[in-house]
Structure formats: C-alpha cells, structure tokens
Design a protein around this ligand. Sequence first.
Ligand SMILES: Nc1nc2c(ncn2[C@@H]2O[C@H](COP(=O)(O)OP(=O)(O)O)[C@@H](O)[C@H]2O)c(=O)[nH]1
Ligand SMILES: [Mg+2]
Length: 255
Amino acid sequence: MTSSASLPATPAAPPAKPDPKIAMGWLHTAKFLTTAPELKHLPRIDVPEIAFVGRSNAGKSTCINTLTQQHRLAFASKTPGRTQSINLFSLGKQGITDAVLTDLPGYGYAAVPKEAKYRWQQVMGNYLQTRDNLKAVVLLCDPRLGLTELDEVLLDVIRPRVEEGLKFLVLLTKSDKLNKTDAAKALQIVKLQAGGGDVKLFSSLKRQGVEEVAQHLWDWAHPKEKPVKAPKAEAAPSTDGAPEPQEPQEPNSIE
Ligand SMILES: Nc1nc2c(ncn2[C@@H]2O[C@H](COP(=O)(O)OP(=O)(O)O)[C@@H](O)[C@H]2O)c(=O)[nH]1
Ligand SMILES: [Mg+2]
C-alpha cells in the first residue's frame, strides 16, 4: 500500500558546515607583532582584535600556543605572574594581517606587590574599555577555582561593551584535570556566574574544544556580511543622490 501523504517540498539545503581546517590554518599563521607595557604604547590597528584574559596560571599562553599550533609563540610559564605586558600576535594568510590576538597580563597572583596589582587594573581597564578595534574577549578560567572576584570585576568592566556587541567567551581550561561529572558541574556553575554567556570546556593537553574555539575566532574576525536586499527594479537606477557603491573591502594590513 502506498502512502497518500505528499512528499515534503524540497528541504532547504543545510548551511554549509564550517571547515575547522580553515580556521586552524589561519591561526597557524600567527606571528609575534609587538609587546607593550601599556595601552598607549600599542600601535593603533584597524583589524579585529581578540583579547585573551584571565588569572595568572589560568592557561592563557598555553591556549594561544595550542590554537596557533606553535610551541613558544606565547610564553607559557611555570612561574605565574611573570607576563606583565600586553603581547600582540598578528594573523593572516599571505602576509596580510586580518586580525590580531592579544595576550593580556594575568592577574590574581598573590605574590605580586600592591602597586603592580593597581597598575594591572589601570592597564587592563584602559585596554578593555577603550581599545577601538577590540572585537572579542576570551576569558580563561581554571574550572577548579571557578570565576573568582577578579574575574567578576573584569566581567563588570566589559559588560557595557558586551551589550554593544563585543563578543565574549569563557573557557574552562585544563578540563583534563576534572572527571566528566565535575567538569559538567563546573560548566553549569560558571554558566550561571557568566550570566548566560557562552562557556566551554577546554583542554590544551587533551585538545578538547580546540577546533570549536578556533572556529569562533575565525567567525569573529570574518563576520559574514548580511545579504543586501536588491531594490525592486522599477526604473533604471539614477545615480543622483544614490549612495556611493561600496568598493569590495580589501583585507587591512598593518604596515
Ligand atoms: N593539565 C593541563 N595543564 C595545563 C593546560 N593548559 C595549561 N596548563 C598548565 O598550566 C600552567 C600555566 O599555564 P600558562 O599557559 O603559562 O598560564 P597563563 O599564566 O595563564 O599564561 C602551566 O604549567 C601549563 O603547563 C591544560 O590544558 N591541561
Ligand atoms: Mg602567560
């Protein structure tokens, strides 16, 4: 017996699945660009910038090295509290920089003197509030500690910009140190703390979440243009008063 139900209309093609190889290949182009003790010493850059922030020892440098597949790009130290400068890394194929990664000084290391802590707050606050081309912030956090008071301060600092469109992702690093149950618990707690923001488990050691995060970085740096609706063809378009046609955007380069 044949069914009388009519066949559904041809389903819309599913969106093309992103290819993590593209994002990983792009991240592998990372090169050290510059280092600066304060925002005012950083070059002005007009490509998207993605900042990595977090407590000392959270695994920031290791994460950057893993994502860029380079062992010593960002110096991963066994001695916490060492990296006190803002380090920039440029990304882009064929030598054309189309994004920048920033490794910001870690915070929360107890042995750092008070003045250094104060200085950090100034540098960090200034950077996060005023860096014009800042497109996204990745906050790294050890899931065994959860979001600490200083992480919450940072969240407060960037909240106004997140409301204006700054992308934001929390990575629970070193997830290999937790069993599945504890990792799931930590994820749930930090999701609540982060007010519904995007939170993911990440492990450089076990390569958990690497390709997924790489894809996020790629997407942030290469936002898809919204398709522009073609105006209804009535008469031949007049150029009087019409907006200037947009030149296709060349990727920006840094001199
Ligand atoms: N087990 C484990 N250890 C990690 C991982 N990522 C970083 N670490 C270790 O954590 C310590 C601090 O890492 P580092 O990247 O220097 O942290 P940063 O101070 O935030 O830059 C180092 O001893 C790393 O080897 C990870 O995914 N798994
Ligand atoms: Mg570091």
